[in-house]
Every structure is written in C-alpha cells, then in structure tokens.
Design a protein around this ligand. Sequence first.
Ligand SMILES: [Fe+2]
Ligand SMILES: [Fe+2]
Length: 295
Amino acid sequence: MNSVSLSKQIRDICLDEYKAYSIYRALSRIPIVNRKIRTILEKASEDEYRHYMFWKKLSNECRPRFTIITGFIWSIILILFGVTVVLKLLELKERDASSVYREVLERYPDFGKELEDIIIDEERHEKEFLENIDEVRIRYLGSIALGISDALVELTGVYAGGIGAFANTLSAGIAGLLAGISAAISMAIASYAQAKHEAGKDPRVAAMYTGSAYFIVVILLAIPYFTIKSIVIAFSISIAIAVMVIAYMSFYSYVIYHRKYLREFLESTALLLGVSIVLYIAGKALGYILGISID
Ligand SMILES: [Fe+2]
Ligand SMILES: [Fe+2]
C-alpha cells in the first residue's frame, strides 16, 4: 500500500476513535441509562480517547470536530435503532481498522506495544458491551421481525389484490385494518407458541412484541388509504412505506447479524413486489370471473 493511502487510513481511524470517544461519553451521561452500563461506557470513552491520542501522534491531519450535525445523526440512529446498534456500529468500524494495524506496525515498529494494547481494549469493549447491554428489543428482535415481515406480505397482498375491487380508498383502508388486526392477534398467538420452545424468552413478551410490530405495520400501511382518494396513489405510497420498513429491518440484520445490507434489502423488496404482482393478478382474475370489477 502506498504511503498516501496509509496516512489517509490512519487519519480516518484517528477520527473514528474521536467519534467513538464523544459518543460513549455522551451516552454515559444520559441519566436514564442504568448505572452499570454508564460506568462501562465511561471507561470505554476514556479508552477511546487514549486511542485517539495515539493515532494523533501518527497523523498530523487528524483534526476531529464533533459537530451538531454529527451529534444529531447519531441521536437519530440511537432513537430509531437503540443503544446496541449504536455501540455495534462504532465497534464494527474499529474492528475494520485492525486490518491496517499490520501495515502501521511495519512503518512504526516502535509502537508495537501500544497497538497491541489498543487491540486488547477493542476486544474488551465488544465483550463488555455484549455481556452487559441486554436490550429487550434486541433480545426479541426475532419476534419483532416475525410480526413485521408477515404483516408486510399479508397487507400488501390484501391491498394489491383489492385494487379494482374496492369502490374507494376508505373501504380498502377499512378492509386492510380489519384483516390486519385479526392477523396481528393470530400472529401474536403463534409467536407465543413458538417462544415457549425457545430458551431465555418469555412467551408473553414475545407475543406482545410480535403483535405490536404487526399492528404498527398495519397502521403505517393503512394511513395512505385514509388520507388519499386515488386507490393507485394510495397503494403506491403504501408500497413505498413498506419498502422503508424493509430498509429499517435490513439495517438491524446488517448490524446485529452481520448480514449484507443490500442483499437483505433487495431480497425482501423483491419478495414483497412479487407478492403484490401475484395478488394483483389474482384480484383482477377473481373480479373478472365474479363480475365485481369496477373499472
Ligand atoms: Fe478505539
Ligand atoms: Fe472501542
């Protein structure tokens, strides 16, 4: 690797260490976070600051600025995805950085001990976060994903099949809501039964997460039908909302299960659009056979 790209990589690592330091420190000061986790975060922020100072010695281009915009973006990630995702994202970046360490060592052999300490710190961070931060929404992520994916397929199916069969968006919306509520209850029961066989899960909590996740998707996909007059536009917006929900869930898969984001996203989206097309054709065919098509 040439020296230009190595020094750029060192600068990036340096900036990332500063970012991790700032975010851990900010998180450790949130009063609602429990005390034990706050202590771990505070200790991690001190480690990251030390790492930052180390990289700063090797890079004179490392001038970090933690702007309001950076703070805002990370706050949004924290609100949308929770603390586990924030910590995992930051540590993932640091783990990626370890591939550069060997080249750094070749160039600066005297810093071997310090680099080794950094690697030990990073391994400890991941382990400590993993052992101590047990976010309920992550523990029940499987139950949530179950509700969400089922709701997306079921509801877009209902709406796609109903294009041309419903007289107006309001009746389509009401049909979607009713179908959705009954399906949410049935999925919650299925989730309860499934969680009974899984260690470390409370079946009632699993049922609540699956049912609520399902219900939220039902509401989100129904909104366009209660606000827009054109069935085709309402359907298009509802599909767009469904794709956003897929993007949201794919991000969890990427961070928590290390799956490929784009692949996960495209697979689920293709499945959803496929179901919509099949149901649309089925709806048309049924309407034609039964003579209830209104267009
Ligand atoms: Fe670090
Ligand atoms: Fe770290």
